[in-house]
Design a protein around this ligand. Structure first.
Ligand SMILES: CC(C)(COP(=O)(O)OP(=O)(O)OC[C@H]1O[C@@H](n2cnc3c(N)ncnc32)[C@H](O)[C@@H]1OP(=O)(O)O)[C@@H](O)C(=O)NCCC(=O)NCCS
Length: 341
């Protein structure tokens, strides 16, 4: 059985920076820099300009990952695209990315799969890619996490509890087959659908006829509570801590690892306070934790691949390092992976 390792990483964030103060001054949101920083650690985020969808951000991140892996479009056997903010209701963003990368023009038509697991989407996708590679079915899988959330945030005081948290961005990795003794050693995934309503965006509801209410002229009418994401923040916070510690310990025990064996922790970036709480409660050194929520906010499926790409770029993440990735998100869903880089 071949091992599945990460042969290349890439990331892209849109150039437009939106600080906490700008949320108040430009969007008129009743918030303060102090409130957001104290509770979440977020200082600023990136918003993509109109005309940019997640697949556009993903093109940049994918090209960087391909270049770093020294691979071309033709080497890719499968695209796995994780997002909660897909370009359209359907088709999935994976096929749109395939087209925008120029694969179709080159006569190359690899399968493309969308993964809808929100903040855990990257780890679910990594697990899928790893299994495909280890089974021998695929040699190189392009895994993307990309989000344009700014298009679907209620950027008003009414939506401040959610809007202050999220940003746009894309991260990509190539999962490749190797005979070398390295790669994804273990992954663990979980879900608890009892909490499906705790963090959700029900912009349409297919149990209704039609799925979006219409006015007398046949124009779709979406109420604010359907249009925008709804979240019970305190409940999410509590479950995130419990599940992230739980799933991480499961991977440690499956691999016979202790905290000292891990060189870097690449945790999902939902809230700096969640990650700091976990880091302190398990007694891990602060410097082993990668963070970028301060400058990007929560980029959902993109947080972990962006962290990995940035850490490679700065030289923090090098061959031989043992990395522990952990995520938790809407669903609830969660996951963890141990990777020997
Ligand atoms: C969102 C979160 C920071 C809110 O912190 P909190 O201490 O739980 O705050 P609450 O939601 O109880 O709100 C407290 C008050 O702050 C207000 N508030 C909410 N957002 C605000 C903002 N951006 N600026 C200022 N005030 C805000 C609320 O309206 C509320 O006011 P009230 O007491 O007058 O009703 C926190 O719950 C959290 O991080 N949860 C996890 C979220 C998460 O990880 N989501 C993604 C999962 S992948």
């Amino acid at each position: 059985m071949p091992n599945a390792y990460i042969s290349g990483t890439g990331f892209y964030v849109p150039p437009r920076v939106v600080t906490n103060d700008q949320l108040r001054e430009e969007y008129g949101i009743d918030t303060t820099d102090e409130w957001i920083r104290q509770r979440t650690g977020i200082e600023e985020r990136r918003f993509a300009d109109e005309g940019n969808a997640p697949s556009d951000l993903a093109v940049h991140a994918s090209k960087m990952a391909l270049e770093n892996a020294e691979l071309t479009n033709k080497d890719i056997d499968l695209i796995v695209f994780a997002t909660l903010s897909p370009d359209f209701a359907f088709p999935g963003s994976g096929v749109i990315l395939q087209r925008k990368l120029g694969m179709c023009d080159e006569g190359h038509f690899p399968p493309a799969l969308d993964v809808r697991n929100q903040c855990s989407g990257f780890l679910y996708s990594l697990a899928t890619a790893t299994s495909m590679v280890q089974s021998g079915a695929m040699k190189n899988v392009l895994v993307i996490g990309a989000e344009v959330q700014s298009a679907a945030l209620d950027l008003s005081s009414r939506g401040r509890g959610v809007a202050a948290l999220f940003g746009d961005g894309a991260g990509a990795v190539i999962v490749s087959a190797t005979d070398e003794d390295r790669g994804v050693r273990h992954f663990q995934l979980g879900a608890d659908g009892r909490h499906a309503d705790v963090l959700s965006q029900k912009v349409w509801d297919t149990s209704k006829r039609p799925f979006i209410p219409q006015n007398a002229d046949g124009v779709g009418q979406v109420q604010p509570e359907m249009m925008w994401a709804q979240m019970q923040g305190k409940l999410v916070f509590k479950h995130a801590i419990e599940r992230m510690i739980g799933v991480m310990m499961q991977t440690f025990s499956a691999q016979g690892l202790t905290l000292d064996d891990v060189d870097l922790f690449a945790f999902h970036q939902a809230n700096l306070r969640i990650n700091q709480y976990i880091q302190k409660s398990i007694g891990a050194p602060e410097e082993k934790f990668l963070h970028n929520i301060q400058k990007y906010g929560n980029t959902t499926a993109a947080t972990i691949p962006i962290l990995l790409a940035e850490a490679e770029q700065t030289g923090q993440l090098t061959r031989g390092k043992k990395v522990c990735c952990v995520a938790f998100g809407s669903g609830f869903t969660w996951g963890a992976a141990i990777i020997d880089w």
